[in-house]
Design a protein around this ligand. Sequence first.
Ligand code: NAP
Length: 361
Amino acid sequence: MAGFRLFCRARSQHYGFVRHISRRFSGVSSCLEYHQYGDPLQVVKKSEKTIPELKDNEVLVKMLAATVNPADINTIQGVYAVKPPLPSIPGNEGVGRIVKVGNSVAGDLQPGDHVIPRINAWGTWRDYAVASHTELIKIPSDVDVATAATIAVNPCTAYRMLKDFVPLKEGDTIIQNGGNSAVGQAVIQIAAAFGWRTINVVRDRPTIDELKEKLTKLGATVVVTEEELRKSEAVQALPKPSLALNCVSGRSGTEILRQLSPQGVMVTYGGMSRKPVTVPVGSLIFSDVTLKGFWMTRWNKNHFSHPERENMLNKLFDLVKQGRLCPPDHAMVQFEDYKTALKDAMPSDGMVGKKQILVFQ
Ligand SMILES: NC(=O)c1ccc[n+]([C@@H]2O[C@H](COP(=O)([O-])OP(=O)(O)OC[C@H]3O[C@@H](n4cnc5c(N)ncnc54)[C@H](OP(=O)(O)O)[C@@H]3O)[C@@H](O)[C@H]2O)c1
């Protein structure tokens, strides 16, 4: 009887939650949308859409937060590898809470669960979404919203690049440029947790000492500017890296490539300098280095429902819970102020500030 009462209380709390949501829930969703490619500040507009009736296999998701990443900006600009059909709702990454589930949705997704999209270009920049339950991955709901909203793209990219290209053993060294990028910060933290040392190359700036201190606190072994890299004694004292992670390309990519040990591997995942990768002939002939590329979107597509995807997320959330993986510096921006978020995600001085995260009331 007591068990039944508890069950009833749990059910009524559960339905109370749904009633609470539906009182506020108007049946209309606000989203950002673009009808043509171009400058995000010009082409992205707010719009309202009627939320369709739930089909049996669908769930209604209330978005909590959604990240603005360089790939989102480039997609809207029309310069990214993925060109979604227009009009399109931007946003690859974000976290939502399930409000309601369709009749045939199995018990692993329930109202109150937190979820992230399983598919690329899902359109996270909206307050409510109806989606097939197969498009969502359940994540722990006790993880803070900023961490949950930023886990799927950058930490997963960092994790895969550290795991999939070179068998690293404790004490091995990795070199990366864009060391202060969101991916770079995840690389530093994950590598430190696994016992790998990191050489982190960043661009010089007036606040370079502050940046070096911050990345060192995250677990970086050495942080150097592009100009310091070649002559740094701290870099020379470390074993030669067998893995280079290239966020920037151009000259910066060439410089980290030069630091690789013979038969080392450089993985290019970004082209922030908008310059090509140039390889010194000697690196290919005498050092026998290998150049590879990585794209999380492709990995996700190839591992759509592969157990390794959930295994990776579990490992990352374990690190989060142990306090060994935190999100990059970020600004939580109210959805209404999306233009500020877009502007701050494309700084005119070219220096990256805080990761912009849209939050939905
Ligand atoms: N291939 C994949 O699967 C994958 C996955 C995730 C991200 N990415 C790519 O990785 C890159 C970083 O993403 P993120 O979200 O980590 O970005 P982020 O946090 O915005 O950081 C951007 C980084 O790029 C540097 N940067 C910007 N403009 C530069 C320039 N002209 N020359 C040299 N460095 C420059 C910034 O350094 P400053 O502080 O000096 O400006 C910063 O380190 C992007 O290109 C993104 O598209 C690729």
